[in-house]
Every structure is written in C-alpha cells, then in structure tokens.
Design a protein around this ligand. Sequence first.
Ligand SMILES: [Zn+2]
Length: 477
Amino acid sequence: MSTLPDINTHFAEWYQEIIVKTGIIDSSPTRGCFVIRPYGYAMWELIQRHVDDKIKVLGVENAYFPLLIPKSFLSKEEKHIEGFSPELAVVTHGGGKELEEPLVVRPTSETIIYYMFSRWITSYRDLPLKINQWANVVRWEMRTRPFVRSLEFLWQEGHTAHRTHEEAVEMALAALEMYRSTYEDFLAVPVVTGMKTDSERFAGADRTYTVEGLMHDGKGLQMCTSHVLAHSFPASFDVQYQDADGARKVPYCTSWGFTTRSVGAIIMTHGDQQGLIIPPKVAPIQVIMIPIYKTDEERVLVMDRIKQIYSTLNGAGVRAKIDDREGMTPGAKYFEWEEKGVPVRLELGPKDLQNNSVVLANRVEQEKTKKKSFVAVDQVVEQVQNLLQIIHATLYDRAKARMQAQWHQADKIADFGPIMDAKHGWYQTGWCGAAECEAVVKQYKGTIRCLLEEKKHNSCFACDADSKVDVLVAKAY
Ligand SMILES: [Zn+2]
C-alpha cells in the first residue's frame, strides 16, 4: 500500500514528498534553489535533446551569452525593467571592490542579445537572425516550489530578428507549435494554446502566446511562452539595418522559452496514488528488469537469460535496466519502481525460463487482470515497444479526459468565482476586454490564462457589456 499523502485531498504534500522520495530533487542550502538529482536531470536531458532538435529544424542556431549583464542594459526598455526590477539579483562587488556599475544576474537575455544584434545586423541580408541559448536564469521569487517556481531555473531562450512584423509573428507561432507538440506528442501532456491578455504579457512584449496545462488538482500551469517583442525594444538597443531600398529600419524581434518547469508538469499531470508515472518517451528507464530466483543455480540461469534480453532491448534503443540488487524481495523492487514511475516492468523467473517467456507489467494499469501479460522471449522487443506506445496514449487520453471534465462553460464570475476558488478547474467565459473586469478575477484568486479562438459566450463575465472574446479563467500555479 502507498504511504504517500492522498493525491486527491493533499496534492501539494503528495508532490513535495514524491519528488524527494524518488530521487528527482533535493532541497539545497540556498534559499529558493533546488538540486536536480540524476533521475530528474535525466528527464531534462531527454527533453533538452528533443527540443534542441526541433529548434534546429526551425533554422535557429545555438550560441552562448554572459550570465552577468550591465545593470544599465535592463533600464533601456522601460516596461522590461519595470517588470523585472523586483526579481533581480544584483552583483555590487567583485574582486573585493565595489563595482563602478552593478551587474545583474540574467533574469532573461533580451538586453544583452540585442546589444550583440546591434553589432551583427547591418544589412537586410543579415536577416532573419535566429539564435538560441541553453542557460540558467535567476529571478528572485519569494514563494518557491520545485520545478514550478525557483530562484534559479534552466531553460532555452530563442531570440530572433526579422524584416517584417508578419515574419516575426510567424516565428513566434512556429515556436509555440513546437512547444505544443513537445508537450502533447513527447510528454503526453494535453494543453491549450492562446494569447495572453495585456496585463499578463511578458514585460516588453507586444504579444505573448502561452501553452497552458491543467494539473491533477485542477489548477492551471503556464508551461511556456512565446513573444513578439515591442518594436521599441530592439530600437532601444540601436538594432538597425539598411533595407534594400537604402532606408534604415528596425527589425521585428521574437523571444520564446521552455524551462525545467516541464519536469514538474509531467509529475503533476501523470502521477497517481502509487507515485510517479513517467511518460515513456522521457523516461530515463523505460523497462525495469527484475530477476526472480530462490537458489544459486536458478540465479545463474535467470541472470544469464535476463542479460541476453537486456542486450536485445538495449540494441533496439529501449532504455532498460536490470535490478540485480541482492537481499531484496522482488515485491519490494516492484513497489520501488512503481513509485518511481518506470512505465514497464519485466519479470523473469525459473518458470518463465521453462516457458521461454517473460512477464511484462504496465505501470499505468491498476486492474490486476490487465496489468500483466506473458510474452515469448523472441517477441520481447516488439511487445515492449508496443506497450510503451500504448502507455503514452493512455496517459495522454487520461489527462485529456480529466481536462475536459474540468473545463466548464460559465457566465458570471459572481457565480463561478467561488466554485473556482474552492474546487479549481477551468472556466470558459466571455470578456469585454476591459482591464477592470479582468481585475475582478483576482478576488477569487484566479487569472485569465489565455484568450480562446472559439466564441461561445455573448456577454462579459464581470459587466453587462458584450463579450469580445472567450477567455479561460482559472487558479494557477
Ligand atoms: Zn466587462
């Protein structure tokens, strides 16, 4: 039986306990910072590899910029400094002396990258310029939560410059689509994409697109964003080029980021009362192999066979691991790996040797009759690959069904606000577009997560005016 806090009634406690217990993360002596342990970092590496490949398909090249940025750079764009000021970590001393100009630890790198763009872009022939950086950033958060919000986090930040506004919008949307597909097709996390309201936009952006997900407890999570920057932003760094007609022009820029928050999203979407469930494509261990034996003679035979099967799986690109720890019952091993969320368990004992078969167990399935299947040894690779695909699809469908069940159509905030505050969930409603009406959502601890393309509601959730657009309202992390 699981000793974890109840996932339905004590989700926050469940999350805190499972990520530490399974070796994903540990607290650190630095306030608000966390240590990502190998089991968690391996997931980030797989995500990174996937996203990096997709970024390159978009014609974007990787580069690296300094961690420390002159403080004056951030002040060049009024909205940007206004938005980031409270979150900045500032270095005032170096080499034992007070610095003439303080340096900030990057909260994001637009400023230093635009400074460099002003040196690299002179002609229309230099455009588009598409750069990505894999890096860490620091934002001085007061309330932290592992992966979701921390002082330091890891991410990629894409920065591009284009001749036309249209091309920049296209780029921001291509990044958004890459993120959507990463969440849905790679991490089995269903999402909604849309535009942010003016008040929820990135500091210095004209448009912010967002990818939003619904976690196990019905709260929303902003999973990543993509921006078309205000035209004044590159202008304030003198990013200019000579166009074909000889005129000096300012390019249109985008930025977009995908962070370690994705690891938290996986855990908060797929976990169950038994523990984590890691979607197969991002699972550091896809198949955990458990040898079962009583005598030394059996041990030799079972280990010999299991190593052969391991080699075959490994050769086929399946991430497998043999748990050959001694002095531990198979049952105790099953329990531990179920809790760590490994999608498939392979069991092999003396009886299986005789039958020339193995047992495959599916982590997602709890019903006893469906959980296990017997598979012939020469079918193992095919059956494992098949099972991994089924598990991905099951996880996606299950999360999608939960999202749909918690996606409510709602009219007036006075009615649905208290329900949202108490029970969470997503509320699709109409909005007149006024900031005063948007502010009313805060009374119920919610926010407008994004604008929707679908229009079902005719009047604003807060006033009597006509609705201009449907919005998704929710409490969020
Ligand atoms: Zn209104």
